[in-house]
Design a protein around this ligand. Structure first.
Ligand SMILES: [Zn+2]
Length: 286
């Protein structure tokens, strides 16, 4: 083949090659690409990946979590511990009436959990009524008041104490759990102070209380309270690892933050009622 013919063929091939390369602007993404066989095959658009859900930025929120222990008329005048933790049923009744008349909406701890997860909204003036320890009087004295006003509450139950004197029976816990008014939550198996205890005991008391209560009531138990308000970082990690979604302390405060969902703040309403109760609550800023 002579040289001129060879050179001609090479130049022809180069020109054809350049001609078939095309600058293509993709219609959806707007990206410009260099595409070879555009003359023959229309390039397929690369699918735009569906954006993965970004974590929702949840703002700290003002939610009073009120803490109750005994609600009864203490019969033994020497029982000063009980008296110190007690409010009279008529006081609790008056407090609930006051909160409702001032536009507060009772919610469960699990409602706050959903909000902190970025999955739920809260009513205008949310409030949580929590009752610690699963005492008998929750069933005999507090629960009827909740029913009277149709008010939601969260009851922190100690499963190892059920059916013992002074505590609710298993049947009573099943009753309140199925009422729709009371959310059953956990408070360790034996009301143990969690600070500084072994990892094995932490697991047994925290995870054990969740599974025992779930087995009893047939519903998820996702909220926890530290007995005596006692916890350390190992306890917080164990509560989270057990699958709980919130945990409350006895530290006072009203602003609940997703960063502190396992060390939430609570308030003791004491015997305050009426406008004194409301002005006390509304004076609390953090
Ligand atoms: Zn307790």
């Amino acid at each position: 083949m002579n040289t001129k013919l060879t050179a001609g063929i090479v130049i022809l091939c180069i020109c054809f090659g350049i001609g078939t390369w095309s600058i293509v602007t993709m219609p959806k993404s707007g990206r410009t690409i260099l595409h070879l066989p555009y003359l023959f095959i229309r390039p397929t658009e690369r699918p735009i990946p569906t954006p993965t859900a970004r974590p929702v930025l949840v703002q700290p929120v003002r939610v009073p979590i009120l803490m109750y222990h005994y609600v009864e008329i203490v019969k033994d005048p020497k029982d000063t511990i009980r008296e110190g933790l007690d409010i009279l049923p008529k006081t609790m009744d008056a407090q609930i009436a006051t909160f409702l008349s001032h536009g507060y909406t009772p919610i469960f701890m699990s409602d706050l959990a959903a909000y902190l997860d970025g999955k739920g909204t809260l009513p205008d003036k949310p409030i949580v009524f929590t009752f610690d320890d699963g005492y008998r009087d929750f069933y005999t004295d507090a629960y009827p008041i909740l029913q009277k006003y149709h008010v939601k509450a969260t009851s922190y139950v100690v499963p190892g104490f059920l059916d013992k004197p002074n505590y609710m029976t298993k049947q009573e816990v099943m009753d309140i759990a199925s009422s729709g008014l009371v959310e059953v939550a956990a408070h360790t198996v034996h009301h143990v102070s969690l600070k500084g205890i072994s990892p094995q005991l932490l697991h047994a008391e925290i995870y054990g209380s969740k599974t025992q209560l779930e087995h009893l009531i047939g519903k998820p138990v996702i909220d926890f309270a530290y007995p005596y308000g006692s916890y350390d970082s190992a306890a917080v990690i164990a509560v989270s690892a057990a699958g709980f979604r919130t945990a409350t302390t006895t530290r006072p405060g009203i602003i609940q933050s997703p960063d502190y969902r396992f060390t939430l703040l609570r308030l003791r309403p004491g015997a305050r009622t009426g406008t004194y109760l409301i002005s006390w609550l509304e004076s609390i800023k953090k």
